[in-house]
Design a protein around this ligand. Sequence first.
Ligand code: TXA
Ligand code: MG
Length: 321
Amino acid sequence: MSDLDRLIADAARCLQAGGLVALPTETVYGLGADALNPLAVARIFEVKQRPYFDPLIVHVTDLDAARSLVTHVPPAAVELSRQFWPGPLTVVLEKLPVVPDIVTAGLPSVAIRVPAHPIAQALLRAAGCPIAAPSANLFGRISPTTAAHVREQLGSLVDIVIDGGPCRVGVESTVLSLLEAPPVLLRHGGVALEDLAAVIGDIALPAATDGSGPLPAPGMLTQHYAPRTPLRIVSSLTDVETAADAGILAFREFDRRGDFGRVEILSPTGNLAEAAANLFAAMRRLDAAGLQLILAEPAPDTGLGRAINDRLQRAAAKPTG
Ligand code: TXA
Ligand code: MG
């Protein structure tokens, strides 16, 4: 047995006993508990300081495991699972009573995902239970894409942190509700909207919210993924004024490094997947650099660029109260 196998076996026992395990997924690190144990799930909310009205994603090994949590699996879910599972897609379906209300914030639906990371898969199989796991950060802060990020924020509050290296995708899963027709996109993420539409056709986008009215879906808080340093989105970095106390979050190559306190380039060649994978770690480094302001250049608004821009907009939004 390798050290990693032993750690996974320990983590599986920990989950079975109601403990909390931070685990790598291909999107971001998750803070996991046995999804069928309400007390264990309650600890997730406490540790994250997450409001109980924000429901969690339940992770399972495959579509068959998902079937035991939902009333029925519509044809669109079968097609999507063939194409995108395991992977960064979460679907919302009507739940069975076996899923505790605390997981779904009292909603009659549950969000389900089959993660692709081999450690997440191994842990699911070893534990033998579905794993409820939000991103392993404090509520409203930047999601972790390395085990070190998790330890910095949640360190002593988690029973076991499994280090699976940096996350390959780097932004959270795409969340799609299959409760209505056409399906509704609730969060841009690791699977591009265009790729979903190519498989199931029409997808509705929820009405934009400025954060003042009721939310069209739980978890769609305007401010989220936020660094503590103010962040402003600028349409072009070409003419920004030199400022030693400002940081730059550039989407592609940027040659005025000397003009700013710190410069982070997400992808020198402008590759969307590379940029997404680097986004949260770059935001963290800028946030730690003692700057007055972060100026961020948006990605092209297509494919994974939509997920990147969504995270930038939330990081730029003022706290809503
Ligand atoms: O990539 C990911 O999705 C990561 C990894 C760990 O899997 N998880 C993650 O979880 O980002 P979290 O809790 O940070 O985001 C879950 C999102 C929230 O926006 C939540 O509101 C939404 O999914 N959600 C969960 N259950 C829902 C439901 N029944 N109906 C609508 N939205 C739901
Ligand atoms: Mg999160």
